[in-house]
Design a protein around this ligand. Structure first.
Ligand code: NAD
Length: 312
């Protein structure tokens, strides 16, 4: 069993660290919110008062932070992970951040002889609690193999996506597919409603036809067909609209820097920006169907912001 430093004990980090404790690892947790390390200590972990204390003697150091700027600071600032990690420690960043920062921080770690992987997750808070997350891992093959036994304590699947930053690339490409597909599935169910086609019948047909996708079969945005989908509980998250917007923005930033054409990804980002801007940040992202019902605000949402689509 390993000694693990865990930094960032928020909605995802605390249940992930808890599962590592349950798996038999020794876990020292730190968060800038002073009450959070104590919660880890209460279930058998250790409360660290500083990043350096969490890193001391650790075989692996895991971070689960909000965004790229937090990751850069936690790793690269004086007293940060790269300075505090012992020789031979493996660094694992599970946050969802931009590809460029992931590569930059991994290069800084390599400059001190430390191996690092980016390992963003899918599965949300429910997956973090159940220990069923999927990890998309960027880094060397050797670092991936070293990370595997640690990640196994928190998830059910680990996929090596290639070199440094490729875990983040996989995550934002996957979530761009998800954001776009949730919108078009919502549009299809709203169109069906207007055409007098029952939602359950559309589900029965589309879930077995060429339109089949996860947004229909696992997360249907209308109440009824998929009893576990957030539509059946007033669109409580799940995965919030704010998180979806964050990932769509990361995808758009990456597309701009790579000069890749993503017109539907751009339109999806604009729709989620409008939806979140109208006060729905904390709702499940599938609640976009409610926004699309209001045709005027939905069309305004994708109009002027470079999507190439203008209000009809
Ligand atoms: P969160 O805001 O609940 O947790 C982040 C934690 O990091 C907070 O407790 C915060 O205090 C801490 N933190 C910030 N700066 C810090 C610093 N300098 N030092 C130490 N701690 C610091 O966010 P979350 O929902 O747990 O998400 C974490 C990451 O996981 C994000 O990158 C998010 O995009 C990704 N993610 C979240 C979900 C989800 O459903 N919540 C799903 C997949 C991926």
């Amino acid at each position: 069993m390993a000694r693990i430093g865990f930094i960032g004990l928020g909605n995802m980090g605390l249940p992930m660290a808890t599962n590592l404790v349950k798996a038999g690892h020794t876990v020292a947790g730190f968060d800038v919110i002073k009450s959070l390390p104590g919660k880890l200590a209460a279930i058998g972990g250790e409360a660290a008062q500083t990043i350096a204390a969490a890193c001391g003697g650790a075989d692996a150091i895991i971070t689960m932070l909000p965004a790229g700027e937090h990751v850069r600071e936690v790793y690269c600032a004086a007293g940060g992970v790269i300075e505090a990690a012992g020789a031979g420690a493996l660094l694992i960043d599970c946050s969802t951040i931009d590809v460029a920062t992931a590569r930059e921080v991994a290069a800084a770690a390599a400059g001190r002889g430390l191996a690092m992987v980016d390992a963003p997750v899918s599965g949300g808070v429910a997956g973090a609690e159940a220990g069923t997350l999927t990890f998309m891992v960027g880094g060397s093959e050797a670092a991936f193999e070293r990370a595997r036994p640690v990640l196994e304590g928190m998830g059910k699947a680990m996929v090596h996506a290639g070199g440094s930053g490729n875990g983040q690339a996989a995550k934002i490409c996957n979530n761009m597919i998800l954001g776009v597909s949730m919108i078009v599935v919502s549009e299809a169910f709203l169109l069906a409603e207007k055409l007098g086609l029952d939602a359950q019948r559309l589900f029965d047909i589309a879930s077995k036809s060429s339109g089949q996708c996860w947004s229909i079969t696992s997360y249907c945005p209308v109440p009824g067909p998929v009893p576990t989908s957030p539509a059946n509980r007033g669109y409580q998250p799940g995965f919030t609209a704010a998180m979806m917007l964050k990932d769509l923005k990361l995808a758009q930033d990456a597309a701009r820097s790579a000069n890749a054409a993503t017109p539907l990804g751009a339109a999806a980002a604009e729709l989620y920006r409008s939806f979140v801007g109208e006060g729905h940040a904390g709702e499940d992202f599938s609640a976009i169907i409610r926004f699309l019902r209001d045709t005027r605000s939905a069309v305004a949402g994708i109009g002027p912001a470079g999507s190439g689509l203008s209000p009809a």
